[in-house]
Design a protein around this ligand. Structure first.
Ligand SMILES: NC(=O)c1ccc[n+]([C@@H]2O[C@H](COP(=O)([O-])OP(=O)(O)OC[C@H]3O[C@@H](n4cnc5c(N)ncnc54)[C@H](OP(=O)(O)O)[C@@H]3O)[C@@H](O)[C@H]2O)c1
Length: 332
């Protein structure tokens, strides 16, 4: 195979540097399937990896990109043949394995998901890890008996990739959705269009300090961690579920056991990267069917090329981006 373009991150002194390079297949981590990448996206982790603001990559040099969708070019595994459309989200690509920020990926067959019939490669990446994670949160909350009559779902970081798709999914599942955002005013039209019933300015929150505050939320989807997640534990109604997804504010959590033992609140861990294979298949089937986001066109706020990635990753870290940024690698 001829050489192909990739954005690769190298260790340099005590930091890292990302640069475009021409690679050959053997520069990539081992795998039995070669995929011609059509689309990828930018997730928070990708932005950390490319900008060097977070130690996401395990070993250098490495191609970041935790999601990709494309077409099989060659396969040593009988389950795949040239021309098959496939997608990968998580499964350690763009972390321990080389990922989607290249024209070609070489991957273990075990992590590929055949593209569901009702999704295009572009739609799969508009959903990406962000949508998959939001769907995993909905699945876990429903399994733990979350229902619309328990009250509104608070979604934090709602203008981000995960939060935006969570609004769409939870609204579609019949829940009332309150979007708690740092961009109130500026993002109101966007959030309302996705389905938010109310928009709450994060800066206006009065969090209180008591172990239990007034119970406001039927449940919550949290992308921030830190004091926001602690406050959600104090303000979720009896038997409500909080899906802990992210740490955009902080990785810390300081709360008490009171919400758990006096209100029966559940804190559900969401770990999309190593989600068990049967759940992964089930969630992609749902995301291409009854849970397919209705607002994909609105969710994709930017479409860029590989060359634009370094600047676009800086924007994401700066917190100025709304929705999903799609990266066209060779997509039509
Ligand atoms: N557990 C998993 O499997 C999993 C999977 C995917 C992502 N994640 C994590 O989930 C989080 C969201 O991911 P994403 O891809 O949606 O990221 P994103 O697109 O960057 O969205 C994050 C959102 O959080 C808010 N935010 C950003 N910086 C903040 C800060 N310093 N303080 C408070 N709020 C801040 C912003 O929303 P507003 O301006 O609207 O408030 C921003 O749009 C990240 O922490 C990511 O690492 C976890």
């Amino acid at each position: 195979m001829t050489r192909f373009k990739a954005l690769r991150v190298h260790a340099q002194d005590k930091s890292t540097v990302a640069r475009f390079e021409q690679l050959g297949l053997d520069d990539l981590s081992p795998g039995d399937v070669v995929v011609r990448v059509a689309w990828t996206g930018i997730n928070y982790k990708d932005a950390l990896a490319v900008t060097g603001k977070g130690r996401i990559l395990k070993g250098y040099p490495k191609v970041p990109g935790i999601d990709l969708a494309g077409t099989v070019e060659s396969s040593a595994d009988a389950r795949y043949k040239p021309g098959d459309p496939v997608l990968v989200t998580g499964c350690n690509i763009g972390e321990a394995l080389d990922g989607g920020y290249a024209e070609v990926a070489r991957l273990p067959a075990s992590i590929l998901v055949p593209l569901p019939h009702n999704l295009s490669l572009r739609e799969a990446m508009a959903i990406g890890t962000a949508g998959f994670t939001a769907a995993l949160a909905l699945r876990r909350m429903l399994e733990n008996h979350q229902s619309p009559d328990m009250g509104p779902i608070a979604i934090t970081g709602p203008t981000g990739g995960v939060g935006s798709i969570a609004i769409d999914l939870f609204k579609r599942a019949g829940f009332t959705v309150h979007a708690i955002t740092g961009k109130a005013g500026a993002a109101d039209a966007y959030l309302k269009a996705l389905g938010a019933d109310q928009i709450v300015a994060r800066q206006s929150l009065e969090m209180g300090k008591r172990p239990l505050e007034s119970a406001l939320w039927g449940g919550a989807v949290d992308n921030l961690g830190g004091e926001t997640l602690a406050w959600l534990t104090r303000t979720t109604r009896p038997w409500g579920n909080i899906a802990s997804i992210g740490l955009a504010q902080s990785h810390e959590l300081q709360t008490t056991v009171m919400p758990f033992i006096l209100r029966g609140v559940s804190l559900l861990g969401i770990h999309s990267v190593e989600c068990p294979r049967p759940w992964r298949e089930e969630l992609w089937a749902r995301l291409s069917g009854e849970w397919k986001p209705r607002m994909l066109d609105r969710l994709v706020t930017r479409e860029i090329t590989l060359e634009d990635l370094p600047a676009a990753c800086e924007d994401l870290i700066a917190g100025t981006v709304q929705g999903r940024t799609l990266v066209r690698v060779a997509g039509g």
